[in-house]
Design a protein around this ligand. Sequence first.
Ligand code: AMP
Length: 220
Amino acid sequence: MIPGARLIILGRQGAGKGTQCVRLSRHFVVPHISTGDMLRAAVREGTPLGRAAREVMDSGGLVGDEIMVGIVRERLEHDDARTRGYILDGFPRTVRQAEALDEITADRPLDGVIDLDVPRDLVLERLSARRVCRDCGTNYVASGHERQQRICDVCGGDVMHRDDDTPEAINHRLDLYEQQTSPLIEYYGGAGRLMVVDGVATPDTVFNELTAAVEASRRN
Ligand code: AMP
């Protein structure tokens, strides 16, 4: 394994992307840049960005492209991302964002774009049971029989049910994915930059396929 990587992980929310991105970021020793985590932190801190984004997020909508591109442009300038790379999770979500990212990364091209493919009905099932560590983003599956709030095994943070994991917001997010984000499959596929990994298998199998896809893209 060569440390460092510049990767985008695409896929429906609930495809297991968050957990796989956390693992990939440790494996390749690069920051995991999740725009959803950054927005949730801004909401918690009550910053102007957080106040503007909260309602859109709770309804399952998309925050405006200009705001999102600005956040990512600024984050990718940090030393860790410049020197080691990054795993981008949740960005880009529209063709406009992808075009802006191409400009931002023109001098440091991506190693690859991976679509973590999980069908919509399975994702709906998984999202309803999803719980997430609010500090490090590790995902858990609720059994429905929990008596007390869970603490994250990785960092000790609070494991929460996300405000936007209601059935209405989940369906809205999945509709938006079909309309706004799935065109990215063609955007990157057409440019020969896309790898598709089946996200239905066990987490360990999916992880091994993801790392194999990255290593293969580097050999080409
Ligand atoms: P996620 O954690 O990636 O599911 O993101 C949670 C929410 O944050 C999304 O449902 C959107 O409201 C917002 N969000 C995150 N990333 C983006 C993005 N790249 N573009 C627009 N909205 C975003």
